[in-house]
Design a binder for this molecule. Structure first.
Ligand code: FAD
Length: 295
């Protein structure tokens, strides 16, 4: 199923993101997590792809996307990065997506790592989008966007201009980088709309549930941390159970506010954590349902 079509009859989507097992962790860990997440009514589940990872590791994205379709009966979205790939490799991966009935792809550049120099066939996600549309036009393509600007973009305006190229090259729907300050998202959405971007934008939300995660996530994502969230973390420092609850509640409040402000969807970065996925989903599912079926 082409998930872009869901927006024709749904106002607000709810989706999950998971990652394949790391090199040394057993496959049954993710399998068991998926089985436990089975009851969560998600419109789709996306599976990340390791830019610069080994072929065997990248194949796990396809395996898990296929597993989601076959056992979870939910539409998978397979992520695909291009910075370390050449055209042949991308064509090969597209064939594997087709063979596994994966119809939706999150088209990404990937981060440039000093350990894995970029190849020259694709410079930006927009190049990958154009290449897929030319060679395999049947796929539906999603793309990433950044409410607080991509770290390499010289300005928000320039980042949005670049985003338009990606959309012109075939992206039908955007998912944001995680953020903790909804006002940043609203400002970005307004700017994007004014610049002529009309594709649906789903908000990427990641509950921060332990103290190690906060520094790491902020450093990696560049997301600003509102005083309210900082205070929660200071207040419950050293009490992991309380921190967990505080992080989940903060994310739920963020989601409620986004839905009240007519966001087109919530994409939950689950970190493969069944409890986080279940608690957030349980808290908001009836609200999402009500938005999609108003009385
Ligand atoms: P692009 O859209 O190519 O943008 C990268 C930079 O180049 C931006 O600064 C942009 O402004 C600029 N730019 C774009 N086009 C042009 C142009 N034509 N001319 C000049 N400048 C241009 N990484 C993974 O490795 N695996 C994943 O599975 C993964 N999933 C992700 C999912 C989401 C929802 C998000 C938000 C990010 C994800 N990432 C993933 C991280 C992503 O790969 C990095 O953020 C990467 O640095 C940028 O990828 P992009 O596709 O947004 O790049």
């Amino acid at each position: 199923m082409n998930i872009a079509e869901l927006f024709n009859h749904k106002k607000t989507l709810f989706s999950l993101e998971i990652f394949p097992p790391k090199k040394d962790s057993p496959y049954n860990v993710i399998y068991n997590s998926l089985l436990k997440m089975r009851g969560i009514p998600a419109d789709f589940i996306s599976v990340t792809y390791g830019a610069g990872g080994s072929r065997a590791q990248q194949d796990k994205t396809i395996e898990i996307a296929s597993l989601i379709l076959r056992t979870y009966h939910t539409e998978p979205v397979a992520h695909l990065t291009c910075v370390n790939a050449d055209r042949e490799q991308v064509l090969d991966t597209l064939q594997q997506f087709k063979a596994n009935n994966v119809e939706n792809i999150m088209v990404l550049r990937g981060d440039i790592s000093p350990d894995c120099p970029p190849k020259s066939d694709f410079k930006y996600a927009s190049d990958l989008a154009a290449f897929i549309k030319k060679n395999e036009p049947g796929f539906n393509l999603l793309g990433a966007c950044y409410p607080e600007r991509h770290y390499q973009a010289e300005s928000m305006d320039r980042d949005i201009e670049n985003l338009k190229i990606k959309i012109n090259n075939g992206i039908t729907h955007l998912i944001t980088q995680l953020f903790f300050d909804n006002d940043k998202f609203y400002a970005f959405r307004d700017k994007a709309e004014k610049a002529g971007i009309s594709v649906p934008v789903q908000a990427g939300i990641m509950p921060i549930t332990n103290s190690r995660q906060i520094e790491r996530t902020v450093a990696l994502s560049g997301a600003s941390v509102p005083t309210k969230l900082k205070r929660l973390f200071e207040r419950y420092r050293g009490n992991e159970k309380a921190l967990f609850d505080a992080g989940v509640h903060y994310a739920i409040e963020q989601i409620m506010d986004l839905i009240a402000n007519d966001v087109r969807g919530i994409h939950l970065y689950t970190m493969n954590n069944v409890e986080i996925a279940t608690r957030v989903s349980d808290a908001v599912q009836n609200i999402v349902e009500a938005e999609n079926n108003p009385k």
